[in-house]
Design a protein around this ligand. Structure first.
Ligand code: ASP
Ligand code: MG
Length: 800
């Protein structure tokens, strides 16, 4: 025999009701069942509401009529129940008062009506069903409103009653209600049908209790708040009990005990999703222990502070006595060993009263200044992690701090494994997601805003979208691009932009300031934020500091942030440090080549870097690698480079040496050198008269460059070639180094001389490596390698 219980929401809508009937039909074919029902939908609340209207002399009749005329009340004989209600309401409205006994009689009708309706609908479908009033056999104490069954009497009566029933009929039993020994109607407390079902299962020794609700089972966190919440497949009774203590409403401790007694498994199922297996709660030990998160948000924190309280005995007793006298129940309590203050959690509705009670109790101590502050913090929430002990709480905690959430108060229990945190209410959802992700090893969600969607930016976005699934599988990291912006407009999408972003951006992007992005991230509780600057803008870098201050890590392929004044460079680093944030820019030099990371590591490990030299620019590499060995005028080679897209639109940007200078400066600053851009000795390869003219004119005058480069080439010694290099030298232990960019001749056999195509090469000379530098060489330019490099930075950050 199985006991199957349906909650009020399972009966609330037409679809759910049909499902209930189908579920019963199917089950009855396989097994013997008894059904327990709650009142339909919000019936209990409505009946109570009408009671209040009657008591306070308001128009209860209209609302009661509406209730009577609810469509599902048609076609079933519930006249006697409605008459009882009518009489009770009338009486209450006459004497303008009611007690718990009357209230129980009123509320009880909801369950009686619902059992009659379900039984009659089943009969209509040809299923033999019979409405059963549990007041016939659930005999309780006199605790109206929240009665407890007398198990011995109830068991006997229940068994006798069920023996007398027609064995072929399915009993549709009222949940929630019982009777005192005198036969007065009682209720078993709100949500009491679960308790009824557990009692019935116990008394008739059922094999299983199946509780049909409107959710698929018990989750690791509320799925409305945490998208990645997982259904818990199996729970041990003890674990279920622990969850029940933290407010899982289906799992009242009262419900679990009768089941534990007879070792009857409880399955939580979903009426609207009958195929889901739900959560099974039983006496079977589960392997790893279960963890679940809960949030209480109708709470307030009371802070009680007194400088003169140290070591005085009896303060706490006075605090809690004062609260007890007002009937206020206290949740988390925290007191430091200095005894200077006490913080505790109460329900929001009790907060004012609690503070008032304390002010009264400590009136004199206020006067003597021993107590100096009693404050209420209202906008808070308590997050509890059930099944968590402190030994492994370091990671979730660090993840919180990294996301700029610092708990106001922190608490663990001595018995049981629970950790509770008090956080600001506005941060609760984000905090919950961060902790949940950490504990369950669920794909860590990285929320990315990409600025600049030109060649590099656009390629990056496509690369991220293409690899997202495989990264989630392999690394458990979910990359969510929630914003794509250019200098004017941004496209925002909380759950991530999709493959057709190039289309959407045309129609859906909106003007913005950086503050809007920050607010969007806050409002949507986005965690693990990264802002990526793929612009070439000197304006955008002004956003770096505000972004960092608001919880973003930074990545840029834009070099400007690292090459304007040293004071900005330093200020940014200090802001990053103060906010525990990172800034990665591997692509600033050598595109995707692992150069900056290598130099950082060498420097950090104490290796003395003595010199860095190399061909830093892909375009200049191509031009001189080609020009040195081909018998063609310089302008022809340059033209070819332009056609192949190897240069900037105006090739003077490359030939001026500024770009190489910037890269050199970035490397120098990695070594803690404090050089400014103006201090770099840069050889500009553009003759003076061609420096000032506009781009189109210059592009038409490329031949004017030929005599200058011809002369250089003619003077080359045998077996040498031309290379445009950047070189960092001098005493690199001092504050400033020597930074120089220049066109030099090198031996054809040297590493520099061997360079091909548009590759870059970097020679890093260090004390330990002596005359043989570490060489990093490869494609050092191009949108797709640069985008890959930025992608690498994203993954580096995501791993932290
Ligand atoms: N109908 C009652 C209530 O709403 C009992 C129950 O649903 O379990 O609290
Ligand atoms: Mg209910």
């Amino acid at each position: 025999m199985k006991v199957v219980k349906f909650g009020g929401k399972s009966l609330a809508s037409g679809q759910a009701f049909d499902n209930v009937i189908n579920i019963i039909k199917n089950k009855a074919n396989e097994d013997k069942i008894a059904v327990v029902v709650s009142a339909i939908g919000d019936t209990t609340d409505t009946l109570e509401h009408i009671l209040e209207l009657a008591k306070t002399q308001q128009d209860y009749i209209t609302t009661f009529e509406e209730f009577k005329n609810r469509p599902y009340h048609e076609n079933t004989d519930i006249k006697s129940e409605l008459d009882i209600l009518g009489k009770l309401y009338e009486g209450v409205s006459l004497i303008e008062d009611y007690n718990l006994k009357i209230k129980d009689q009123v509320l009880a009708q909801g369950e009686v009506i619902s059992s009659k309706i379900l039984a009659s609908k089943l009969l209509d479908q040809g299923i033999k069903a019979i409405a059963v009033d549990s007041r016939n056999f659930f005999i309780t104490d006199n605790n109206f409103g929240s009665a407890q069954a007398n198990e011995n009497i109830s068991r006997q009566k229940t068994q006798a009653y069920f023996n007398s029933l027609d064995k072929d009929a399915i009993a549709i039993v009222t949940g929630f209600i019982g009777a005192t020994e005198k036969g007065e109607t009682v209720t078993l407390g709100r949500n009491g049908s679960n308790y009824s079902a557990a009692l019935l299962a116990n008394f008739i020794n059922a094999d299983e209790l199946q509780n049909y609700t409107h959710v698929d089972g018990i989750y690791t966190a509320n799925p409305d708040w945490v998208k990645s919440a997982q259904k818990i497949e199996e729970l041990h009774f003890d674990e279920a009990n622990e969850l029940a203590n933290f407010g899982a409403s289906i799992l009242h401790a009262k419900t679990i005990l009768p089941l534990v007694e007879n070792n009857i498994p409880l399955r939580i199922l979903n009426t609207l999703n009958p195929n889901s297996k739900g959560t099974l709660i039983s006496g079977k030990p589960t392997t790893q222990g279960i963890k679940s998160l809960s949030v209480e948000s109708n709470v307030a924190l009371i802070q009680f502070e007194g400088r003169g309280l140290l070591g005085i005995v009896g303060i706490d007793a006075r605090v809690f006595t004062a609260l007890a006298n007002e009937g206020i129940s206290v949740g988390i309590i925290s007191q430091g060993s200095s005894e200077r203050g006490l913080g505790f959690i109460v329900e929001s509705k009790d907060a004012e009263l609690a503070a008032e009670a304390l002010r009264k109790e400590f009136q004199n101590d206020f006067y003597t200044k021993d107590v100096n502050n009693i404050a209420i913090l209202k906008d808070i929430a308590v997050i509890s992690i059930i099944g968590q002990d402190l030994s492994t709480f370091d990671k979730p905690y660090a993840a919180l701090v990294k996301n700029k959430i610092v708990p106001i108060l922190f608490n663990n229990t001595v018995t049981g494994k629970n950790v509770s945190l008090v956080v600001k209410k506005e941060e609760a959802k984000k905090a919950l997601n961060v902790i949940h992700g950490q504990i369950f090893g669920i794909a860590k969600k990285i929320n990315i805003a990409v600025f600049g969607h030109g060649l590099v930016g656009g390629t990056l976005i496509d690369q991220v979208l293409q690899s997202a699934t495989s990264i989630e599988e392999k690394k458990n990291i979910r990359l969510n691009i929630f914003a794509i912006g250019n200098s004017k407009k941004v496209l925002l999408s909380e759950n991530g932009i999709s493959n057709n972003w190039r289309e959407t951006i045309k129609t859906d992007s909106i003007p913005y300031t950086i503050q809007d992005i920050i607010e969007f991230a806050n409002q949507n509780h986005l965690e693990n934020l990264i802002a990526i600057d793929n612009t070439a803008s000197g304006e955008f870098i002004k956003n770096y500091i505000p972004l960092v201050q608001n919880g973003f890590d930074l990545i840029s392929s834009n070099k400007i942030g690292n090459t304007i004044s040293y004071s900005f460079y330093k200020e940014l680093r200090e802001t990053l440090k103060a906010n525990h944030k990172e800034y990665l820019y591997e692509t600033n030099v050598g595109a995707g080549l692992p150069l900056i990371d290598t130099i950082k590591l060498l420097h950090l490990s104490g290796e003395n870097i003595t010199k860095i030299k190399g061909v830093f620019s892909g375009s200049l590499s191509y031009i001189f690698n080609t020009y040195s060995i081909q018998d063609r005028p310089f302008s022809a080679v340059l033209n070819e480079a332009i056609q192949k897209g190897f240069t900037e639109p105006d090739p003077r940007e490359d030939l001026s040496g500024n770009d190489v200078g910037r890269k050199l400066l970035i490397l120098a600053r990695e070594l803690d050198l404090q050089n400014e851009f103006e201090e770099i000795i840069i050889q500009n390869l553009i003759p003076e008269e061609l420096q000032k003219i506009d781009t189109p004119t210059f592009l038409k005058s490329l031949e004017k460059l030929d005599p200058y480069f011809d002369k250089i080439k003619q003077n080359l010694k045998p077996d040498t070639v031309l290379r445009y290099v950047g070189e960092l030298s001098g005493d690199l232990q001092k504050d400033k180094g020597i930074l120089e960019t220049k066109l030099i001749e090198v031996s054809t056999n040297s590493a520099l001389g061997q360079l091909k195509g548009s590759d870059s090469i970097f020679e890093i000379y260090t004390e330990s490596y002596g005359e043989n530098p570490i060489i990093i060489q490869g494609a050092g330019a191009g949108a797709s390698v640069t985008a890959r490099g930025v992608f690498g930075d994203i993954l580096r950050l995501a791993d932290k």
